[in-house]
Ligand binder design. Sequence first.
Ligand code: ZN
Length: 604
Amino acid sequence: MKKKNFIAGLLILLLVSFGLIFGSCEGPVGPAGPAGANGSNGSNGTVGPQGPIGPQGPQGDLSGWVKGPGGQWYNYPNPPATPFVNAKFAEINLLSFNDFHGSVDKSASNSNPGADRFAAVANKIMTDPAYDNPVLVAAGDNYQGSPLSNVFLGEPVSEMIHYLGVKYSAVGNHEFDWGADKIKKYAEDGGITFLAANIVDESGNYPDFCQPFGFMEIGGVRIGLIGLTTPETKAIVKAEYVAGLEFKAPGPWLTEMVTKLRTDYDCGLVIALTHMPGGANSNLSVSADPDPNSETGKLAAGNHGFDAIIGGHQHTLISGVVNNVPIVVGAYNGRGLARLNIKYVRDDPTGTVITPNAWGQSDVNGGPNYNQTTNPGNATGNGTILATDVVNKYMKNIIGYYNTAIGPAFDQTVGTFGVAITSRDEQAAWCNQVVYDYIARNKPGETFILFQNGGGWRDTSPYDKVATDPVTIRYLYTVMPFDNEIRYFKMKGSDILYLLGLPVGNDGNPSAYLVSAAIVTGAFKDGDTWKLGSAGTPGAAIDAGTWYNVSCNDFMITGGDNFPFPGATVQGHTSEVQGTVDVMGGVALRNAMIEQLQWRVDHP
Ligand SMILES: [Zn+2]
């Protein structure tokens, strides 16, 4: 709690002082309007009319109305009074980044470019005369995932989004991580509009933090962007943050919406701006074709009428075609940038050519190594971009400012690792053990099993820790960026064994699988048998009819990642409930780790 108060105080201090410190540096950031969108660029074209689309009843003249996934009707707030005439010919470069995950500070991981180099890359391309009519959009998961961004609740990313003149973003599942209400603040701070046509509330209305589609007029062509969020979101976000929201699958309503944008709003192009996965290839140096069975692949196969699809969520580098629909995904953490090169011809659907292209990171030297001399015009998308030493000074100052503000608190050492960590598995096991020891200290004499979701402990590569290395607050924020809390309860052996036997993966039917494997402490698999204890000190086999003490985090206990813990009904399985859940004082896993590591120092 003390830490929380400190950070809250720091945030207030920052908000107060920020304007003063950076007041004189604001030159490059244009106003929210079209001309200032790109500062020094100016070639960004004009941005079309936009504004919130509120749910409205289907009364009166329904021409110009669009039916949403809940069966309700929406009207564009500024329906074009006069027909918009698209240019006869235009070349447009629609650039996108996705899954930036708050990676503003390259020091958090030496594999990420950081906001300063990413902004330099984006600016370089946006100002290069080789790229006609460039415009940059985001495909979601922008804010959450690095210590610096998390402590400031995404503010440093909003600075970058504002600086780069990004107008639209898809809604990523991680946009809900600090509550859905934060999305409105991201929009306000970054000067962007969130698009999601498939998120509706219980009454079938669109929530107030996003609108289903938006428009841009670039190079004389009106582009309609329809936002879509992976339906998996419901399963992978803490339940309370998506309570009352539904994430609809694409359907006939979507085809109707695409058609409306063309016929009633004169869009020359209609593009899906999604936070939906496109495939499993993780080689970030070579972009891959989309997987036809992925969500974006199926979206393309669904004949909804999209000219192209921008994807995200899966952290892969994708540029390819499914069902004649180009699909791009720009990796993650700023390590890639996707591009749709559009050669538009009015009144001739076969004349328009859209070439997908995704620039990835050439990581040969263990760090971001964008090569600005490489021609990124490769149709299959294997170019690389910009050099390591190109840094955007404005963003560097911004990041420096946040780092200075948070530095002393973040670089505080709370203890040592105590063991070597040479792999992600070892890192996960170490994290689990620290939490396990904390709980054990607070539940003296009790035997229990601790579960953590596989994606819960985040990647902090390189894994090069020795036992005496210090553990800093920054490390703990990196490995556990979520504010997940500890839960402690009783679970029947049969339900535990059911959970441990569930398949892991995602074939596009996420409800049939665990999203990630459980990381288990206090039990282990001995041959085919799950036993209590560990391989070194094995206990009794887990018995189907016996009740056991179990701990997991509050994300998992509400069905997160499809874990069937008592209280959540997932995959048709309802685990039995005995007694009430001990919320352990609402202690966040990260704070438990801090306390436990400090305790270890005091009790060597
Ligand atoms: Zn995502």
